[in-house]
Design a protein. Structure first.
Length: 256
């Protein structure tokens, strides 16, 4: 990291640096007293899923070593109740804490959401917050680093130990206030859901890059979980076969 990216105390600038400064100022403050209550979740079985959507140019890796877990903790949206937002963030933080010593990515969709989550993590779990990476280079240089990002869901390779787990914090719907998005949605009611589904497929493939690779994906936003269970035809068969609903965080994968 360039010196220009550090403040006078040698702490990284930006949301990660802000989170670390929270930890340094308030090392004993902890939000673990907040109870995490997950809504009831019935395991979903895809019945008659229909033909796979063949929109993807790369060969999918069919492997039980890359599960996609649906762990709906709440629906994140603008103006959402603070308690629901905290519940979603807490579940994501628990995933981070349950995977010590392994690199992982938290996909936030928006930069403002990334900053907010980093601040929350600093208060909820200061130890995990110290794992936050200030840049992609920083992330790749530390074996236990956590990358909180709005822009690495596509176009980036994270094979092998570069990413053993990831969290989808927010469903990647396109900006509904954008005039072009609105116009396309009026022409095709399926447009917004299709764009979100394509983005989820890309995210789920970030940590499974070859047949011997392995990694877990946790989807904690209820809107994303609903999209995958209610509109399975929007997703390719290989992803549907990986997906399972859970009510608690499982132990890390053990792969020989």
């Amino acid at each position: 990291m360039a010196r220009a990216d550090l403040d006078d105390a040698g702490v990284a600038a930006g949301p990660v640096g802000e989170a670390r400064r929270h930890v340094q100022r308030q090392p004993h403050q902890d939000l673990r007293s907040l109870q995490i209550v997950l809504p009831a979740c019935t395991p979903h079985v895809f019945r008659n899923p229909g033909p796979a959507v063949l929109r993807y140019g790369v060969r999918a890796v069919l492997s039980p070593r890359s599960p996609v877990y649906l762990l709906p903790a709440g629906r994140l949206r603008h103006g959402q109740d603070a308690d629901i937002v905290a519940r979603v963030y807490n579940v994501a933080a628990e995933v981070i804490a349950s995977r010590p010593g392994a690199r992982g990515i938290v996909h936030t969709v928006s930069h403002s959401r990334a900053k907010e989550f980093c601040r929350h993590l600093a208060l909820y779990d200061p130890q995990s917050a110290m794992r936050l990476a200030g840049s992609l280079e920083d992330y790749c240089s530390r074996e236990d680093a956590v990358l909180v990002t709005a822009s690495h869901g596509t176009g980036h390779d994270f094979p092998d130990d570069l990413c053993r787990w990831q969290v989808v914090l927010k469903c990647p719907y396109p900006d509904l206030s954008d005039p072009l998005t609105m116009a396309r949605q009026q022409e095709s009611p399926e447009y917004v859901r299709g764009v979100a589904a394509d983005a989820l497929v890309q995210i789920c493939g970030r940590n499974m890059r070859h047949e011997h690779d392995y990694g877990e994906t946790f989807i904690v936003d209820s809107a994303a979980c609903d999209l995958m269970t209610r509109d399975p035809e929007l997703f390719p068969e290989w992803l549907r076969r990986r997906t399972r609903s859970i009510v608690s965080i499982p132990k890390p994968l053990e792969v020989a």
